[in-house]
Write a protein that binds this ligand. Structure first.
Ligand SMILES: Nc1nc2c(ncn2[C@@H]2O[C@H](COP(=O)(O)OP(=O)(O)OP(=O)(O)O)[C@@H](O)[C@H]2O)c(=O)[nH]1
Length: 762
C-alpha cells in the first residue's frame, strides 16, 4: 500500500455511511444509461479557473497522487470521482474505472496514466476538451464517502488545437452540471488572484444566485501577497455564501516535482494554519480535513433533501418505461409461438374495435365523443335531425299541385279529391329520403374506418407488414358490408314508395282532410266578408290570418278533432298563398259564385242571347278557334274546389310523409347497425383468420423493423436500470438522520485538528 497520509480507525456510524453509498450505487446504475438517464443524482462539481488548484483539492481529499496536474490545462474531460470508504484499516486502496470493469488499479500512477489516455481518446492529444465523463471509483479506508466531479478549468485564451470558442465550450460544460438543482458547487478560487473577480464564484452565482448550494474553497493561501490574508473571504464578508468557505494549502508545483507526499503536504498545511494567528479562530474553515468533513455533511443533508423527490421521479420514469416496454411486446422465434402471437394480436384488435363501438374502451376520451358515441350522434343529431328539419313541400308550389290534380282527373272536372295526385307527389317526396339515408351509411362507414385506424395504435405498430394487411382486410370487409346496408336502405325506401298504405292508423285519411280543408276555406271566406268594402285592397289584413286569430283556430278543435299543427299550418299556407298572389284566387270570386269557370260560361251565354246582331255580314264568316298552345298550363282561374283540393292534397302529403319519415328514421339506422356495424363486429375475427392466419405467411407478417428491436433493447435496459435504482432507494434506512450522528474531528485546544495525521474517523 502506498503512502496513506490518513491513519484511520473506521467506526460503524460514519458520516454519510448510509446515504452516500446509495447515491454512489445509483450513480453506477444510471451511468449505464449514458447521457439519457432520467435519474438526476446529487453530486458535487468542482469548478474554477484553469490551474486554480481543483485537482490538487481532490487529491488532498483522497490523500493520493492520481490526477494529471500542471500549470496548463490538465482536466479536459469531466472526471466523476466516487470516494468509497472501505472498512478496516488494513484495507488496500485501489481505483476502478467504469469503462474497465473488474480491473483494480492499485498503482495510483497507473490511474493517472489511464485518465490521461482516456482523455486523449475522447478529447484528442492536443489540449482539446470533451464533455463525456470518465468515471472513477477510489476505495480507501482513508476517505469519506463523497462523489465529486472534476471539471475542466475556465480558460480565456485558446492554446494549441483548442477551438476559438474554448471558453464558451468549457463554460457550457460546467453549466450543464451546476445548473441542476441536485448539484453542489465547490467553487475553487486561488487566493493569489483577484478574489472579488473569481471566475469560479461568478459562474457558481449564475447557476445558484442565492448561494445556497455553493461551497467556496480558497487555495494557495501560502502564496498570497505578503501582508494580505483571506480572513474576510473565509468569513464570507466579501462574497457571502450560505454554506461558507474553507481555505486550503496544497502542494506547489515544486513540491510535486520534489515528489513531496500528500501526507507531508497535509502536515505542512496544518503547520501553516498554526503559524498564522490570523486563521486561529477560523479552525472550522481551514484545511483539507475540514473541507472533507463539511463537504460530507453538506452532501448528506443535500442528498436527504433530494431523495424523496428522486424516488418519485424514478418511480414515474419506471412506470412510463415499463409501459413503453410492454407496448413493444415480446419476441417469438418458434412457428407455434408466432401463431399464438398472431392470433392474440388479431383477437385483441377485434376486441378493441368492439369495445370502441360499444363504448367500453379503457382509454375513453373526456374531451370529445368517440367510437360508438359518434355513431349515435350521426344517427340522431345529424340524420334524424336533418330529416325532421327538411320541408317536405320544398320546391312544390300550389300551381304544381293543381297541375298534377288536373292532369290526374283527365277530361273531367276535379270536383272530388282523387288519390292519384297524392300518390304521385308522396312518392316524389319519399324518394328524396334515399340520398340522406345512403349518406348516413357512408358516414358510419367512415367512422368505422377511423376506429379501425385507432386500433392500429398498439401492438400492431411493431409489425408493419401485418399492420398493412390488417388495414387492407378491414377496409375491404367494411366496404363489403357497406354494400348490403346500402341495398337494404334502397329496399326500405323502395318499399315505402311501392305501397302507399293509406290505411295506416296514423294517416289523416281523405275524409278528415277534406273536412279540415273545407272548414279552413269557410273560415277564411267569413273573414274576408267582414272586411270594409271602401278600404284599399293593399291595406286589408290577410283574411285567413284574421280568421285564425279571431277564432283561435291554432289551438281549437275542428269538429271535436284536434288537427295536427302541420295540417293546420298547411291549410293556412294554401289559403293565404292564394290570397297573396291575387293572381290565382280571390276571395270575392269564391263568395260570389261557387264555380268561377261556370260564371264565365253563364256570362258568355247571356252575352250571345241578349246582344242584338249589328253587323250581319260578319255573322256568316267562319268562326276561328284559337290554336291551343304547345304547352298548356293549368287554368288561371281557380275555383273554391281547386283550393279545397290543394289543401286536402297537402294535408294528406304532410300526414303520410311524417309516417314515412318516422319509419325511415327508425329503419335506416337499424339497417346500418345490422349490416355494417354489428356484422363487422361479429365477423371480423373470422375474416382475419381466413385471410391472415396462414402458416407460410407467419414469418413475413411478424417481421419487426429494426428500429423496433433496437427500441425494445434500449427500453429493456432502461427498465432494468430503473428497477435497480428503485430497489436501491428502497434500501434507504428510514432513520437516515442517524448517519450524521457522532462525526467529530479530534481537535486540540486551539480547535485545530490534532497532528500529525488527520482523523477521518470518530
Ligand atoms: N503553492 C501552491 N500551489 C498550488 C496550490 N494548489 C495548487 N497549486 C499548484 O497550482 C498548479 C495547478 O494546480 P491543479 O490542481 O492542477 O489545478 P487545476 O485547477 O486542477 O488545473 P486544471 O485542471 O488544469 O484546470 C499546480 O502546479 C499545483 O501544484 C496551493 O495551495 N499552493
Amino acid at each position: 500500500m502506498a503512502d496513506s497520509p490518513l491513519p484511520s480507525k473506521p467506526n460503524s456510524s460514519l458520516l454519510g455511511h448510509s446515504v452516500i453509498p446509495i447515491v454512489n450505487k445509483l450513480q453506477d446504475i444510471s451511468a449505464q444509461l449514458g447521457a439519457n438517464t432520467p435519474i438526476e443524482l446529487p453530486q458535487v462539481a468542482v469548478v474554477g479557473s484553469q490551474s486554480s488548484g481543483k485537482s490538487s483539492v481532490l487529491e488532498a481529499l483522497v490523500g493520493r497522487d492520481f490526477l494529471p496536474r500542471g500549470n496548463d490545462i490538465c482536466t479536459r474531460r469531466p472526471l466523476m470521482l466516487q470516494l468509497v470508504r472501505s472498512e478496516g484499516c488494513g484495507e488496500e486502496e485501489f481505483g476502478e474505472f467504469l469503462h474497465l470493469p473488474k480491473k483494480r488499479f492499485y498503482d495510483f500512477d497507473a490511474i493517472r496514466m489511464e485518465i490521461e489516455a482516456e482523455t486523449d481518446k475522447e478529447a484528442g492529444g492536443n489540449k482539446g476538451v470533451s464533455d463525456k465523463p470518465i468515471r472513477l471509483k477510489i476505495f480507501s479506508p482513508n476517505v469519506l464517502d463523497i462523489t465529486l466531479v472534476d471539471l475542466p478549468g475556465i480558460t480565456k485564451v485558446p492554446v494549441c488545437d483548442q477551438p476559438s470558442n474554448i471558453e464558451a465550450q468549457i463554460r457550457t460544460m460546467i453549466t450543464t452540471y451546476i445548473n441542476r438543482p441536485s448539484c453542489l458547487i465547490l467553487a475553487v478560487t486561488p487566493a493569489n488572484a483577484d478574489l472579488a473577480n473569481s471566475d469560479a464564484l461568478q459562474i457558481a452565482r449564475s447557476a445558484d444566485p442565492d448561494g445556497s448550494r455553493t461551497i467556496g474553497v480558497i487555495t494557495k493561501l501560502d502564496i498570497m501577497d505578503r501582508g494580505t490574508d483571506a480572513r474576510n473571504f473565509l468569513l464570507g464578508k466579501v462574497i457571502p455564501l450560505k454554506l461558507g468557505y474553507v481555505g486550503v494549502v496544497n502542494r506547489s508545483q515544486e513540491d510535486i516535482m520534489l515528489k513531496r507526499t500528500i501526507k507531508d503536504a497535509l502536515v505542512a498545511e496544518e503547520k501553516f494554519f498554526r503559524s498564522r494567528p490570523v486563521y486561529n479562530e477560523l479552525a472550522d474553515r481551514c484545511g483539507v480535513p475540514q473541507l472533507a468533513k463539511q463537504l460530507n455533511q453538506i452532501l448528506v443533508k443535500h442528498i436527504k433533501m433530494l431523495l424523496p423527490g428522486l424516488k418519485s421521479r424514478i418511480h414515474a420514469a419506471l412506470v412510463s418505461v415499463a409501459k413503453e416496454h410492454a407496448s413493444l411486446g415480446e419476441i417469438t422465434e418458434s412457428k407455434a409461438g408466432m401463431g399464438v402471437l398472431l392470433l392474440n394480436i388479431l383477437s385483441d384488435y377485434c376486441k378493441e374495435l368492439s369495445s370502441m363501438i360499444e363504448g367500453k374502451n379503457q382509454e375513453m376520451s373526456t374531451s370529445e365523443l368517440s367510437g360508438g358515441a359518434r355513431i349515435h350522434y350521426i344517427f340522431q343529431s345529424i340524420f334524424v335531425k336533418t330529416l325532421e328539419d327538411v320541408d317536405p313541400f320544398e320546391g312544390l308550389t300550389d300551381d304544381e299541385v293543381r297541375t298534377i290534380i288536373q292532369n290526374s282527373t283527365g277530361p273531367r272536372s276535379a270536383f272530388l279529391v282523387h288519390d292519384v295526385p297524392f300518390e304521385v307527389l308522396i312518392r316524389r317526396q319519399i324518394a328524396r329520403l334515399l340520398d340522406p339515408s345512403i349518406q348516413c351509411a357512408k358516414f358510419i362507414y367512415d367512422e368505422l374506418v377511423k376506429m379501425s385506424r385507432r386500433c392500429m395504435a398498439n401492438e400492431l405498430q411493431r409489425f408493419p407488414v401485418l399492420r398493412n394487411r390488417v388495414d387492407e382486410v378491414i377496409r375491404k370487409f367494411l366496404r363489403e358490408n357497406l354494400q348490403p346496408s346500402e341495398t337494404m336502405i334502397r329496399h326500405i325506401v323502395g318499399m315505402e314508395m311501392d305501397y302507399i298504405n293509406t290505411s295506416h292508423p296514423s294517416f289523416i285519411g281523405g275524409s278528415k282532410a277534406l273536412e279540415i280543408a273545407k272548414q279552413e276555406v269557410k273560415a277564411s271566406n267569413a273573414a274576408a266578408a267582414m272586411i270594409p268594402k271602401n278600404k284599399d285592397e293593399s291595406e286589408k289584413p290577410q283574411p285567413f290570418e284574421n280568421t285564425l286569430k279571431s277564432r283561435g283556430l291554432v289551438s281549437n278543435q275542428v269538429n271535436g278533432v284536434v288537427p295536427d299543427q302541420g295540417a293546420r299550418r298547411l291549410a293556412e299556407e294554401v289559403v293565404s298563398s292564394g290570397n297573396k298572389s291575387g293572381r290565382h284566387w280571390k276571395f270575392p270570386a269564391i263568395f260570389n259564385g261557387s264555380d268561377s269557370r261556370l260564371s264565365i260560361k253563364e256570362h258568355l251565354t247571356s252575352k250571345l242571347i241578349n246582344e242584338p246582331v249589328q253587323h250581319v255580314e260578319h255573322a256568316y264568316s267562319m268562326i276561328h278557334l284559337k290554336e291551343p298552345p304547345s304547352t298548356l298550363r293549368s287554368s288561371e282561374i281557380h275555383s273554391e274546389d281547386d283550393t279545397v283540393n290543394i289543401i286536402v292534397t297537402r294535408l294528406l302529403l304532410r300526414s303520410y310523409y311524417d309516417i314515412v319519415r318516422k319509419n325511415i328514421e327508425d329503419s335506416v339506422p337499424k339497417a346500418i347497425m345490422h349490416f355494417l356495424v354489428n356484422h363487422t363486429k361479429r365477423e371480423l375475427h373470422n375474416v382475419f383468420i381466413r385471410k391472415l392466419y396462414r402458416d407460410n405467411l407467419l414469418e413475413e407478417m411478424l417481421r419487426e423493423p429494426e428500429e423496433v428491436s433496437i427500441k425494445r433493447k434500449r427500453t429493456s435496459e432502461t427498465l432494468h436500470v430503473l428497477q435497480q435504482a428503485f430497489q436501491t432507494l428502497d434500501e434507504l434506512p428510514l432513520e437516515a438522520d442517524t448517519v450524521e450522528r457522532g462525526y467529530s474531528l479530534p481537535t486540540d485546544r486551539t480547535g485545530l485538528p490534532k497532528s500529525p495525521g488527520l482523523q477521518f474517523h470518530l
